[in-house]
Design a protein around this ligand. Sequence first.
Ligand code: DGL
Length: 269
Amino acid sequence: MAVGIFDSGLGGLTVLDAVQKRLPEVDFLYYGDNSHAPYGVRDAEDIFQLTQAAVHNMWDRGCDLVILACNTASAAALRRMQEAGVPQGKRVLGVFVPLIEALTEREWGDNSPPREVAVKHVALFATPATVASRAFQRELAFRAIGVDVEAQACGGVVDAIEDGDMILAEALVKSHVDALLRKMPKPEAAILGCTHYPLMEPVFQAALGADVQVFSQGRLVADSLAHYLDRRPQMLGTGAGGYVTTGNPARVSSRATQFLRREITFDAA
Ligand code: DGL
């Protein structure tokens, strides 16, 4: 049995780590499309084609449920894949909704009409493709009214993290936070809307200041997956867990080991 966790590269490991801690009895198959990362600078059609190919690969490996642990893929491909129809018994889910439910103080799956919420000024940090899609604002508008969202496309951060250049990643995060604060000087909350960014969470928090509540997806997605599997245990799937990549397995394993601080071994996808 295995649930699939997909990302363009290493970022989904921040989600994987959280779901493994929350659901230690569940096996996970992690698929990193590292040879095509970053997705965030690609156009929507390209992201859709790459995401669809990866998700089909994971379904074929016996994962009945695949989580797109990638905001860029969730923004550009999820709705289109779901609308086109998925094979019998298979599901694909994204990572936006748990985050927006937390931000708008909703219980899991609460689909009541939009209402006023405590936060009024929200900073969104995401890839250029996620920002361009406006998917976050759309999902938020279904649940909340009167929330001002200022989005900052954080060019370069994912490339730097994928290359293991954490000094560059840190400098870029600081300059993106500065740019955001020039547009919205006092956000109450900040969304790390890319699963790579939790790897830089202390840098975001320090640059934003202690008063800003930073939301990242790992634990929120883990809680929501636990609820989902409680209700639908048949979605645990039949395939084996593990780590696969379209990139160079030795290189990707070494970066993953560095990020999660435990031995991770990727095989070729
Ligand atoms: N980690 C991804 C996300 O959450 C993708 C980043 C990228 O490949 O540009 O958006």
